[in-house]
Design a binder for this molecule. Sequence first.
Ligand SMILES: [Zn+2]
Length: 287
Amino acid sequence: MGSDVLEVTLLGTGSPIFVPGRFSTSTLIRAGDEYLLVDCGRGAGIRLHETGLHPGRINKLFLTHLHSDHVVGIPDFYISGWFTTFGRREGPLRVWGPEGTTAMMSNMDRTFEFDERVRASEMQIHHNANESHDIEPGVVFDEAGVRVTAFYVDHRPIHPALGFKVEYAGRSMILSGDTRPTDSIVEHGTGADLMIHEVICGNRENSPDPDQFERIIAHHTTPQQAGTIFNKARPRLAVYSHVILVAGVTVATLEAQTRETYDGPLLIGEDLTRITVGDEITVEHLR
Ligand SMILES: [Zn+2]
């Protein structure tokens, strides 16, 4: 890979719903020699392993918000990263996320205190080292030519919730995090190479719990709404991840409903879809 190419691998493209082929949200970004992980949902460690990359190779984690489907994979990724077999992470895991992130990581250390103690004495492995930051909107990371900017999205009542813009070598990508339609995505995402957006597709009638469905869909984005955002921002490629398909809804329906408001390039992400952004944008499926 040329050093000026931005590469994204969707590790998990799902939600809290148990779907074996769609683990919950996690996105791996490679910018030159830097690896960034954005969110760490169910099975992120397994998906990383499937890419051939050890968790220990990654020491930068960015969190959009603290909903369980974005953080439930952290303990596995965090602790396994110190095993020699898994790349043995050097130095602390660096974590950036909204208010509550530092407390969550320190509570996690307490949860796994027993494991830390026994492995330290028996296997000479020390883990549970993190350097965490509760962040506000603005530039939160700027090293080795990679800049990450955080901005608020609207996932209320879950607040704060962040989206991220990642820039490297003249390329850029936007990750929406979880949000209802929000102007900040268009603001930060206009002209981006990639726009990775969440989506929920379903209807009240086919939902097993219609009232719950109404509550959930109110703080997410429908395909028609996402299409409107793509249409305004016009990224080189619009990508869905955090795909919530309610009760039997198919990817074909998701695509058809998006096409009601958007006619540009669209990719419905799957776990282990890899997108390389250079002069061309290429897509491959690793599984
Ligand atoms: Zn959420």
